[in-house]
Design a protein around this ligand. Structure first.
Ligand code: GLN
Length: 486
């Protein structure tokens, strides 16, 4: 049962071949058996899950079900969940029990999905390896000595290890797509504004976006259908109709007429040779499906990582100012006075990567440096967005590697922040421009999964999902199961 996709499980639930309660029970047992080693979950909400599952069974029997009714999922621990700890991977929020549900949580629950718990993540979503979590690293199901990627590493590992068929993630610079690539699953970062950020702990508000992680594009379509749409509580959420994503995938079909651009800058130095070969084989599959694949240029692509590491820390330093030990979150013992309360609560509550970002962010926003760093970075951000605009005048989608390497070893990049930051060299520009991006399994190198990234124009999620779905109809990389997880 655990190897089935959301679409398959949905059919079984609707036929009555399995009940939501049996399904939740089976996966909860699997989590109990396998997650001690993986560490993909921070909190498992077994009791609440079984209650939700029983309610789902009632809906299934009464004919009020949606395609997600009774489907077990997990939420990245960055989404507020009423009555359940919402830690964001940080000691700062370890004691925080959210008093409300994030919009994404609310919408998936309303569709009948059954949440089994909250998944591990890099602290405040800052990281590319899930090693900055207060709750310890997550292990990659394909090789326990390797990282699952980050920051949505817990969601990625849980889906890859078949603990849940789908999960939520967030992506500020690559945190859905990069872990999806490193664990051999499919993940979609929607257009900025497509999905509400309300109730999602803020990291860099002009970049953060929630999206689905699952094993197939079809399952991502089903999850996105419930997640997407206008929310008056998030002023950056766009009021625009949500297309029928699954309808875009109907039938067998090919990709005749689809123009795919491969940015030359994504295949240059820094890309592992074997990953490159794997990506080129995947591009051939797209050609065989009838797509036209040609080279395009993104001349400012090399500026994306430096621009991001000015803007994201600037926004983070501002967003994280709210954790002061006064209202909620970690508070130090016996503060002498207010300043001591602020200082020690923050010193104790935040880990080293978060502190590094707060210092960089405060620095680039300070008088005298603002023009040189923050303002300049905003100008370059515009140039990066214009590169994409030009590219989309010639082609419908962009394709390339999601990550320059396969999953690296635990500890390997921890003492070298710049190498760690370069893990997102192909994903970050997409957030800076606010575009949708998807990563899907594209093959293996030395037993480790490789992801192919597709990038679309604004609100072209359906086109991304369709292309990935056709690829998955022609290949079986997404069906490979990590050793020990069959
Ligand atoms: N790895 C990047 C960072 O550490 C992106 C993280 C993310 O997308 N949340 O900022």
């Amino acid at each position: 049962m655990h190897t089935r996709t959301i679409a398959e499980l949905s059919a079984l639930l609707h036929e009555g071949a399995v009940s939501a309660e049996e399904l939740a029970q089976a996966l909860l047992e699997r989590i109990q058996r396998l997650d001690g080693d993986l560490n993909a979950f921070i909190t498992v909400t077994a009791e609440e899950a079984l209650a939700q599952a029983r309610e789902a069974d009632r809906r299934l029997r009464s004919g009020e079900a949606t395609p997600l009714t009774g489907i077990p999922i997990a939420h990245k621990d960055i989404f507020c969940t009423r009555g359940v700890r919402t830690s964001c991977g940080s000691r700062m929020l370890d004691p925080f029990v959210a008093p409300y549900d994030a919009t994404v949580v609310e919408r998936l629950a309303a569709a009948g999905a059954v949440s089994l718990g909250k998944t591990n993540m890099d602290e405040f979503a800052m990281g590319s390896s899930n090693e900055t979590s207060y709750y310890g690293p997550v292990r990659n199901p394909w090789d326990p000595e390797r990282v699952p990627g980050g920051s949505s590493g817990g969601s990625a590992a849980a889906v890859a290890a078949r603990l849940v068929p789908g999960a939520t993630g967030t992506d500020t610079g690559g945190s859905i797509r990069q872990p999806a690539a490193l664990t051999g699953i499919t993940g979609l970062k929607p257009t900025y504004g497509r999905v509400s950020r309300w109730g999602m702990v803020a990291f860099a508000s002009s970049l953060d976006q929630a999206g689905p992680m699952a094993r197939t594009a079809e399952d991502c379509a089903l999850l996105l259908q419930a997640m997407a749409g206008f929310d008056p509580r998030d002023s950056t959420c766009v009021d625009r109709p949500v297309p029928d994503y699954r309808a875009a995938l109907a039938g067998e079909g090919d990709l005749k007429g689809l123009r795919i651009g491969v940015p030359r800058e994504w295949l240059e130095e820094g890309l592992d040779g074997k990953v490159r070969a794997c990506v080129e084989r995947a591009l051939q599959v797209y050609r065989d499906l009838g797509a036209e694949v040609r080279e395009v240029r993104l001349p400012n692509a090399h500026l994306a990582v430096p621009v991001y590491y000015v803007l994201a820390p600037a926004e983070a330093s501002s967003n994280l100012a709210r954790y002061d030990g006064v209202r909620y979150g970690h508070r130090c013992q016996d503060p002498r006075d207010l300043t001591d309360l602020y200082k020690r609560s923050r010193a104790e509550g935040f880990g080293p990567e978060v502190k590094r970002r707060i210092m960089i962010g405060t620095y680039v926003l300070s008088a005298g440096y603002y023009d040189a760093y923050y303002l300049k970075a905003q100008q370059v951000r515009r140039l990066i967005a214009q590169d994409f605009r030009r590219a989309f005048q010639e082609v419908d989608l962009l394709a390339g590697p999601t990550s320059p390497t396969t999953a690296f070893r635990l500890g390997e990049r921890l003492d070298d922040p710049v190498t760690m930051y370069l893990s997102d060299i192909y994903t970050i520009a997409v957030n800076l421009a606010g575009l949708p991006g998807l990563s899907h399994p594209a093959g293996f190198v030395d037993g480790l999964p490789v992801g192919l990234q597709l990038v679309g124009d604004y609100f072209e999620e359906a086109r991304l999902l369709e292309a990935a779905h056709r690829f998955q109809q022609a290949t079986d990389w997404h069906r490979r199961v990590p050793p020990g997880c069959a």
